[in-house]
Ligand binder design. Structure first.
Ligand code: MLT
Length: 332
């Protein structure tokens, strides 16, 4: 793509002063606030992109949903009005059900599982399918850790403790059904509205990883954490497929290499930062409760009720079985 075309494409703008004359600056939407996994992934990507392209390409991060709610950024990237977005995988699922396998409860049981699946053959299939379904290309994978449950009312250790709480969930069918399997009817709500809803007590709680709870300052409006492991949050970096196709082959290779470098940096960031962030949340007054009996009740209810409901949507039971066996587990 030549320089003139770049000016006419997407939201790219020139950086006349800071970089060489041919440099182009893209926009990256970031759903979470500063200080979390999404921002770390974005920063690593920008540094690698500048390095890979010798300063010809750079990008600017817009944290805290400044460029739109996470689900809206997928549509914007698909139509080419946004260049890149970093968001939770659960907010891509409504556009590409194939990635739903990664939001089924208790499929990914560790960070190693998450890295293995996303960076292997299954991850590549999901990338291809998401381009087809949603018009966006996943070029990097962020890892945020397990989504823990927070609430403002009481410690929750059992499914019984959960009853009566009003819990916000993303607009994601799989997550809604997971809470239903635990006996409550959750409140689906856009990410950008969640902090205010917690603050105004429209809802009592929500779930997200420690890193996200911290980046979003949820400790200011939530007291109790339940250390659940039902969903390991994967936070992809996506590029508008229209923009990607408009790049030269060399630029495409540079973007993909920068995405790979960012993926590695994200995995490292989670490994080194999560325990510190968890301690920080405790020092700010949050209380952590472990689920009773190694979470068995939560797990049994969710897997029995939710998995079979979504076989068709994810492309058949064999898709889940393929993921489970590639993680060394029994098929469903
Ligand atoms: C959500 O709860 O909607 C997302 O997980 C938010 C995020 O991207 O961190």
């Amino acid at each position: 793509m030549n320089f003139t075309t770049r000016l006419l494409t997407g939201t790219a703008v020139t950086l006349a002063l800071a970089l060489p004359a041919a440099a182009v600056e893209y926009k990256i939407a970031v759903g979470d606030g500063a200080g979390g996994t999404q921002e770390a992934l974005g920063k690593a990507f920008v540094a690698a992109l500048e390095e890979q392209s010798g300063g010809e390409m750079t990008a600017k991060l817009f944290v805290n949903g400044q460029l739109g709610d996470e689900q809206d950024t997928v549509s914007a990237a698909a139509t080419g009005t946004l260049d890149f977005s970093i968001l939770a995988i659960n907010n891509i699922t409504p556009f590409s059900p194939s990635v739903g396998t990664l939001t089924l409860p208790y499929v990914i049981l560790s960070q190693d599982d998450a890295e293995k699946i996303t960076q292997g053959e299954v991850g590549q299939q999901m990338i291809d399918q998401t381009i087809e379904d949603a018009g966006v290309r996943i070029i990097g994978w962020g890892y945020s850790g397990f989504r823990v449950l927070t609430n403002s009312k009481k410690p929750v250790s059992t499914v019984e403790d959960l009853q009566g709480l009003v819990i916000r969930v993303p607009k994601n069918e799989i997550m809604i059904e997971t809470y239903k399997s635990w006996g409550i009817n959750p409140t689906p709500m856009a990410w950008g509205e969640t902090f205010a809803a917690l603050q105004q007590k429209v809802v009592d709680g929500q779930d997200n990883p420690y890193m996200t709870v911290y980046a979003m300052k949820f400790d200011e409006v939530q007291k109790y954490i339940t250390d659940l492991h039902y969903l390991f949050s994967i936070e992809p970096l996506i590029i508008s497929e229209a923009l990607f196709q408009d790049l030269s082959e060399e630029e495409q290779a540079q973007v993909l290499a920068a995405g790979e470098a960012a993926t590695k940096a994200s995995a490292e960031f989670l490994r080194t930062e999560e325990a510190k962030i968890r301690d920080e949340l405790v020092s700010r007054g949050m209380e952590i409760t472990e689920p009773a009996s190694d979470e068995q009740e939560f797990m049994d209810l969710a897997t029995a009720a939710v998995w079979p409901q979504f076989y068709d949507q994810i492309g058949g039971k064999e898709v889940l079985d393929n993921v489970l066996t590639s993680l060394g587990r029994e098929p469903a």
